[in-house]
Write a protein that binds this ligand. Structure first.
Ligand code: HMG
Ligand code: MG
Length: 298
């Protein structure tokens, strides 16, 4: 059985724009976020409070939050790696944050400058302080299926990292195929392992990148396992600057096309969204990689 309704967790302004070679002006980012809300998206990951030297594309997190017109019924989560990031996010009036852990040692080092164990020491005070402040905290697990340096990732290691994030106080896990190598059987097996470890499916989201064109198939596998929160990025932007082989996220348009066909409610207006991606592609100077955007507007 498929869920009747899916929450689309839009990551375009964050995962999408963090990987652009040019820095997008803050006015364009603000218009992008506004247009995503106009298209019916209710969760829009806005930016990251990470080190500005590590991700210069998102160094404008403060002016972005200051310029944002928050709408009733829309959440604007931001990525926060450490206490310095949390201080900045709290000062900016943020209500939802996401920490981001790695399932592998190498990526913890490359992405966070920490060992796999050290990352939890960094996150622990972030989550406890955030929860005490009444914030909602999501936990990403990156490299859940394959890692460019370590190869295939052990499912038990992924479940262990995910359980540690939940134990810290995260309300939801987003299972990331950071480099887009997963196939549907692996997705089902990992979700089975989380279920066997006692994790309710309602606490799980999936986050696919589309490197091998498997993101939609993987999504369907997750839906069939009861997952009802799916991450995607408008127009299929995205990638990770610390994992060179990462390409774009599952495109929100591709996801919505699938879900509409299945009769699953999303609340997203596909036409307005495709117009937004075409507009943003003009700003970025390159076409959207989304098949659905190309089919609707090409
Ligand atoms: P570090 O160099 O180890 O930091 O970086 P540190 O703790 O040693 O601090 C060094 C200096 O940086 C200090 O300043 C800090 O104050 C400052 P000093 O005292 O020397 O003057 N500093 C900061 N300044 C501003 N904001 C901050 C901050 N933190 C420290 N938050 C750190 C460690 C975690 C900061 C760094 O590695 C970092 O910023 N990493 C971010 C990497 C990133 O954003 N990656 C992309 C997102 S993950 C992703 O895309 C995957 C995902 O999509 C899921 C999937 O696809 O699977 C989520
Ligand atoms: Mg990602």
């Amino acid at each position: 059985d498929l869920p009747a309704e899916v929450t689309v967790w839009e990551v375009g302004p964050r995962d999408g724009l963090q990987n652009e070679s040019s820095v997008v002006p803050v006015e364009v980012k603000l218009e992008f976020i506004d247009r995503l809300a106009d298209a019916g998206l209710t969760t829009i990951e806005a930016t990251s409070f990470v080190h500005p030297k590590w991700v210069p594309q998102l160094a404008d997190a403060e002016p972005l939050l200051a310029g944002l017109t928050r709408r009733a019924g829309v959440r604007y989560p931001v990525l926060v790696p450490n206490e310095r990031g949390l201080d900045r996010a709290l000062a900016a009036g943020v209500e939802h944050i996401a920490i981001f852990a790695s399932a592998t040692e190498t990526f913890a080092n490359r992405n966070l400058n920490r060992t796999l164990d050290e990352q939890f020491a960094m996150f622990e005070p972030v989550v406890s302080r955030a929860v005490a402040e009444g914030l909602d905290v999501r936990g990403y697990v990156s490299m859940c299926f394959g890692d460019p340096w370590e190869g295939v990732v052990d499912r038990a290691a992924v479940v262990a990292v995910g359980r540690r994030l939940l134990d810290l106080g995260c309300s939801q896990l987003s299972l990331g195929d950071t480099i887009g190598v997963a196939t549907a059987g692996q997705v089902g097996a990992l979700l089975d392992d989380f279920a066997a470890a006692g994790t309710p499916t309602s606490a799980l989201a999936v986050h696919f990148h589309d490197t091998y064109g498997q993101a939609l198939t993987n999504t369907l596998a997750a839906l069939r396992h009861g997952v009802s929160t799916v991450d995607s990025s408008a127009g299929g932007l995205g990638g990770c600057p610390f994992a060179g082989s990462a390409t774009g996220n599952l495109a929100t348009e591709d996801l919505v096309w699938l879900l509409e066909g299945l009769g699953v409610r999303t609340g997203v207006d596909l036409d307005r969204l495709a117009d937004t991606s075409v507009w943003l592609a003009g700003e970025l100077g390159r076409p959207s990689p989304s098949r659905v955007v190309a089919a609707l507007r090409g």
